[in-house]
Design a protein around this ligand. Sequence first.
Ligand code: NAD
Length: 286
Amino acid sequence: MSVDSIKTVAVLGAGTMGNGIAHVFARSGYPVLLRDVDQKVLDRALGTISKNLEREVAKNKLTAADRSAALDRIQPVTDSKALAAADFVVEAVPEQRDLKIRILKDVDSVIGPGAILASNTSSISITELAAHTSRPDRFIGMHFMNPVPMMALVEVINGAATSDATFAATMTLCEKLGKTAVSVNDFPGFVANRVLMPLINEAAFAVMEGVAAPEAVDAVMKLGMNHPMGPLQLADFIGLDVCVEILDVLLRGFGDPKYRACPLLRKYVAAGWLGRKSGRGFYTYS
Ligand code: NAD
């Protein structure tokens, strides 16, 4: 399928990533079928998208009329049968392998034979997810960053069987969304998490070993390396549970002990100190 044949997009999952992905597609003129399991989640997602688009209007980046048009392009659906019209599907359901496989198989059986399936997974093998569908050549990784409307990068991940045509269409589609696509091959953690997670992990080791307090570690990286956010502040934002899960994926995938999660990270997760979302991680949040 060429990028010009992509007329309707479907987004599976209307959570943190799914609502951002639906936002950028709708803002770029694509009709979007946004699917989640219940109407309440969809209502909340549409509320978030509306608020985020409003913010762009306030900054004069979007007219009020374009905001309404973008919102009108999003059709919330709960039934997967409603996805039949989609030419391009982005899956953004929770990071659980079996759940993703089940949902991908289901949508694979509903959409047309030419349609492309993309997964926003952070760490699950694209090659493996693709192999569970009838279209491994039309399957690709499209790893958006959080918050999607603000972040320029999309990691585009080629599975072992992804075709050149699927890759080319996805790269051009990213451009149409105003994003910068970076091409990556399918290995554990791709590039983003493979490079970021050891940094976060090392920062946690530095705290655990008493080298410095979290504020000091973050200050060194912000002021010394010009990072906009310290690694521990970023870990709290991502979720410490998510960081541990991704480190475990890297450890399993490479069998290299350099990816073992810092015991302090595991201890915080065990305590329920997951970062921003639970009110406490390396920092406390009110
Ligand atoms: P989330 O939990 O916020 O959202 C997932 C949504 O999927 C929920 O609304 C849930 O109701 C819905 N869902 C569950 N089962 C479903 C089904 N059968 N059909 C349709 N929807 C269903 O998760 P998230 O943070 O948006 O993450 C989604 C994906 O994006 C994961 O693979 C994650 O690894 C990846 N990702 C997350 C981030 C991040 O910073 N949050 C960044 C990059 C990639």
